[in-house]
Ligand binder design. Structure first.
Ligand code: HAM
Length: 452
């Protein structure tokens, strides 16, 4: 006999409440960071400052892809390994990665778009995220934002000086305390000679046994990488280590002396650090970092706020013509962490103009006025999705609006608008065509907005 379909609608089984397993919340990946609204205000403020500074120093903005070919970074692997690089699954066996730096993408764009034909040097800046699968620590994230400035096609020492000056003024404006560390790595032959000297130094008098395991391994391949190690035991050995300055050619020595001379002329203080090597393989000659210090001038952390240097061979190694260049990257999360307690963000209370409306016609008119006020540079806010005036005024209070403009049916007919001073609560009726002038007298506009 065929089984009859059970009518579950009225059966007791159907009445049983259905047991629903609660879904497991998906957490963010290890080492990734949410920038929540309170902190994002600082980050976006610092990004705005970075962009205006770059424009001031004649850099042009560029945006390059977050995903690039692995080949782009092969020439300049950090610590000669690709462990830090996030791979991306792509079609057709393409080897793609999340960019660990911004520099190479900018150089690829320079080569690909034939910027070599433009008057040199080409000054480019970009602000955006980089990804590094690093050992996690406070202040070391796997996704972070950098502000990069690159001067491509310039061999003169003034290029380094101007970049350092730009970053110096950036941190000064943000009232961050920092110290500039600077060194010269010379040319490839010089580093070869220095590596041999260093290797001999660490092998003498049982020094090798005191090194951390990573350094013991690095000693076999790139002894200079040992100078970058932050482990206390390895740092202690540095004091007696030979210095690269003794291996510099006359050309490199003169170049470096010029950079320092210009910095002196600009009254930019720096610390000549003979053991500063930076973790990246593509540098030659000048390298520099900005280290955070506290109010008493003592070093605050081993994690730099910014770093950069000269890379005269990188463009060529990426397939371009020989193009001497120099650049810097400023870490924005570390910058925000450094200045958060001091930086006063613009007081939005003074600036917000809230636009409230009631009724269809008023909404349309408000939308037009909203756009006009925004273009004039006012920090104008609205709640067009809400029809209740009470809710809109609550939103205006929450935003600490300085004034609210209220447009209802009556005002649309009379060609007027109600202007409420949110502090005093005083309201006045203003002719609609005069409202922009009236607002301009009462409220500050945001800086840097193009009017018209
Ligand atoms: P970098 O020293 O690797 O240089 O990074 C520059 C800055 O980015 C660091 O000084 C730091 O402030 C920030 N940063 C780096 N890694 C992290 C991380 N895991 N978490 C948070 N912040 C981080 C470069 O990337 C070179 N491309 C700089 C350059 C530009 N050289 C020439 N042009």
């Amino acid at each position: 006999m065929p089984k009859q379909k059970m009518n579950t609608r009225n059966s007791s089984a159907a009445k049983k409440p259905v047991e629903r397993k609660s879904l497991k919340a998906v957490d963010r990946l290890m080492g990734m960071k949410d920038t929540l609204p309170a902190e994002f205000r600082y980050l976006s403020n610092v990004m705005d400052k970075a962009a205006s500074l770059a424009e001031l120093y004649s850099f042009n903005a560029i945006k390059t892809p977050v995903i690039e070919s692995l080949d782009l970074f092969k020439q300049s692997m950090r610590n000669s390994s690709d462990k830090e690089i996030y791979g991306v699954n792509c079609d057709k066996g393409e080897k793609a990665v999340l960019r660990p730096e911004l520099t190479q993408g900018i150089l690829r764009a320079y080569i690909e778009n034939n910027f070599v034909e433009l008057p040199q040097p080409v000054r480019l800046y970009t602000i955006g995220p980089v990804f590094r699968h690093e050992k996690m620590q406070n202040g070391r994230f796997r996704e972070s934002n950098q502000f990069n400035m690159e001067v491509i096609g310039e061999d003169k020492p003034m290029a380094e000086t101007l970049l350092i000056a730009a970053a110096y003024n950036f941190f000064l404006d943000l009232e961050a305390n920092f110290q500039i560390q600077i060194n010269s790595l010379g040319k490839a032959e010089c580093r070869k000679e220095y590596n041999t000297k260093l290797s001999a130094f660490y092998k003498e008098r049982g020094r090798r046994a005191k090194l951390c395991n990573n350094c013991k391994k690095a000693l076999l391949k790139t002894p200079m990488a040992l100078l970058d190690c932050k482990e206390d035991a390895c740092q202690q050995l540095l004091a007696e280590a030979p210095q690269i300055a003794d291996c510099l050619s006359d050309e490199s020595r003169e170049h470096f002396a010029k950079v320092l001379e210009y910095l002196d002329e600009l009254n930019i203080p720096y610390n000549f650090n003979p053991y500063l090597v930076r973790g990246l393989s593509y540098y030659n000659d000048t390298v520099f970092e900005f280290w955070p210090i506290n109010d008493e001038g003592a070093m605050q952390s081993k994690l730099a706020l910014a770093g950069g240097g000269r890379y005269d061979n990188l463009v060529e190694s990426l397939g371009g013509k020989p193009t001497p260049s120099v650049g810097i990257a400023i870490g924005l999360e570390r910058t925000v962490a450094k200045i958060k307690d001091k930086l006063e963000l613009p007081n939005l209370k003074e600036e917000v103009v809230f636009l409230a409306q009631l009724g269809e016609q008023a909404k349309i008119k408000s939308l037009i006025l909203f756009e006009e006020l925004r273009r004039m540079g006012f920090n104008v806010r609205q709640s067009f999705s809400t029809d209740s005036l009470k809710n809109q005024m609550e939103e205006a209070s929450r935003l600490n609006a300085k004034v609210s403009l209220i447009l209802g049916k009556k005002e649309v007919m009379d060609e007027t608008i109600l202007l409420r001073d949110m502090e005093s609560g005083v309201q006045e009726t203003v002719a609609f065509k005069k409202v922009k002038d009236k607002i301009a007298k009462k409220v500050n506009r945001k800086e840097g907005v193009i009017y018209g």
